[in-house]
Design a protein. Sequence first.
Length: 288
Amino acid sequence: MRAGSIATCYSLESAEQEGATLSQSFRNSLRPLVPQPLLVARGRILHRAEEIREQFPLFKLQYFSPHNVSFGKRKELARRMRLAHEGIECAHTHAEMDRLIRAILAIPVSTEGCIIEAGCFKGGSTAKLSLAAKIAGRKLIVFDSFSGIPSNQEEHGTDIFGRRAGFREGNYVGRLEEVRDNVSRFGEVDCCEFVEGWFEDTMPAFQRPVALAFIDVDLASSTRTCLQYLYPLLVPGGSIFSHDGHLPLCIQAIDDDEFWTKTVGYSKPQMPDLGKKKLLQITKPIGV
Ligand SMILES: C[S@@+](CC[C@H](N)C(=O)[O-])C[C@H]1O[C@@H](n2cnc3c(N)ncnc32)[C@H](O)[C@@H]1O
């Protein structure tokens, strides 16, 4: 089923590419006939429209919800998220972060647990999550090597959207001082605790209840380590969000029943969006 959907992506992609090439060459042939100022204006309008589309989640966050946070706080949150996005190199979209922030703010006050981030890169996601953690009155624990992706032999090939994917040792490096500095400038560094090292070395000693975790780690091996050590700590009804739900090797790892029962020690939870979404929510059922 999943392999089928990837194959469909390939054929759709090539048909789309063919169509795109044709319409592109038609457009190119018309270009000399269109006055230059009109082309420039069109480019500016398209660029602005794209900016508005990208930033729409922040607008929604500010003006519409969540209702348990005052308008003033939401306005400030959206403003600081925009600044963080502009000031730090980020590997996520506003829409993805908006979903995570809403999930953090929706955790009932009576629910115990900290927020976890595994995989922070330069600290863009950390800064934004720390703003939500501050409002929610929770700690944000940040796990990372702070030296990038570990050495690995994983061949990711093509993701569910038909794009090439590959992660080499040292990709996405953000040094601890750089991350701490970015979070101090754009987020709430006092809410954060940084845990430096490979997940397999640092996570086993971590034993605090977790209300929500964001794992953005690119590798199937790192995804497995995070699930192995974080899922058992997750409070019932809590969620782990994986940002790697578009990568076939990560999907395979998350979908592996034996891994869940033998390594994690729980049966595999329901994941209706597995293989369909990049930001995949994995919720621990209540009563397990
Ligand atoms: C894609 S980046 C995170 C992007 C960031 N969340 C953002 O949205 O800007 C992946 C991160 O995972 C970390 N990472 C991956 N596997 C790891 C492992 N086994 N141990 C420690 N860090 C790891 C890398 O150091 C890197 O910072």
